[in-house]
Design a protein around this ligand. Structure first.
Ligand SMILES: NC(=O)c1ccc[n+]([C@@H]2O[C@H](COP(=O)([O-])OP(=O)(O)OC[C@H]3O[C@@H](n4cnc5c(N)ncnc54)[C@H](OP(=O)(O)O)[C@@H]3O)[C@@H](O)[C@H]2O)c1
Length: 274
């Protein structure tokens, strides 16, 4: 079984460097995949209220029978639940669907700047953490300007920012801001939803190392200091994605991947997405 390295967060808690994203995993098959993932060493699951599969995730955790403190669960506050009271209500429902007493990480899914409520939502997350129902609090899809405001107005720095990052969308500005403030970058769509696998540089490095293109990309992420949450619906690819801790990309190879950046998003722009 593969052991995944851990990363210490700015609040002293730790997370696995690599977890399983469960977006689009459904009841039945999803539960089976989560059990297969646990069997080979995954210990961290990334869901969200918006994925409408928190119940399935909770069921999979309950039926796997692992000690609670061996599994880390992230879920997220959806855009329609911004604001202090609404966030508390939404969290109660998420926790109930997950059949848990606490979650390891609770994130604001998108800043939704037009609603202008993310600071109030953040205060609700702080309250939930003080109650022990959330171990660590963070955000997702926050631009540096949103993070700066959150930190200025509340003094509480998110432990991580989960954002779209892959070789075609490397997010230099967001990474620099995160570095300066001790915020971990967690890459969503770390494989660019599969679209980066055919990049010629990735293909060449894959041949050179005798590793799959996905393994090269995930290895690049961990060497950049990113946490990653690739999703796969295939047991073979779940295993492949986990087996990235026994080879190293050289500085020159990292630079070749740095040069692949096309500033090309696959998902929405946080500046306008509501
Ligand atoms: N915070 C946010 O706003 C946000 C947004 C999007 C996603 N996320 C999170 O990030 C997770 C991952 O993102 P994602 O699913 O969009 O993209 P991804 O992990 O970059 O890519 C998933 C795609 O790559 C394929 N794939 C996975 N492993 C592979 C391998 N070893 N070789 C070839 N193909 C492979 C998968 O196909 P198969 O399933 O067939 O293997 C699937 O089509 C989500 O599940 C979710 O938890 C968060």
């Amino acid at each position: 079984m593969q052991t995944v390295p851990i990363i210490e967060l700015n609040d002293g808690n730790v997370v696995s460097e690599l977890g399983l994203g469960v977006f689009l995993m459904e009841t039945g098959r999803g539960e089976e995949l989560i059990h297969q993932a646990f069997d080979i060493g995954y210990r961290r699951l990334d869901t969200a209220a918006m994925y409408e599969n928190e119940e399935m995730v909770g069921q999979a955790i309950a039926s796997a029978g692992l000690p609670r403190d061996e599994v880390q669960v992230t879920t997220k506050l959806w855009n329609t639940d911004h604001g202090y009271d609404a966030a508390l209500r939404a969290f109660d429902l998420s926790l109930k669907r997950l059949q848990l007493d606490y979650v390891d990480l609770y994130l604001i899914h998108w800043p939704c700047p037009k609603q202008d409520l993310y600071v109030e939502s953040w205060r609700a997350l702080e309250f939930l953490q003080s109650q022990g129902r959330v171990r660590s609090i963070g955000v997702s899809n926050f631009l540096p300007e949103h993070l700066a405001r959150l930190i200025d107005e509340t003094g509480v720095v998110p432990v991580l920012n989960q954002i779209e990052v892959h070789p075609h969308f490397q997010q230099q500005e967001a990474r620099e801001f995160a570095d300066q403030h001790g915020i971990l970058i967690e890459a969503w769509s770390p494989l660019g939803r599969g679209a980066v696998l055919d990049d010629p540089i990735i293909q060449a490095l894959s041949r050179r190392h005798g590793r799959s293109p996905a393994q090269v990309i995930l290895r690049w992420h961990v060497q950049m200091g990113n946490a990653v949450i690739p999703k796969s619906s295939s047991p073979e690819r779940l295993r492949e994605n986990l087996n990235i801790f026994d080879f190293v990309l050289s500085d020159d190879e990292l630079q070749q991947i740095a040069d692949c950046d096309r500033a090309q998003r696959t998902g929405p722009d946080p500046a306008v997405f509501e």
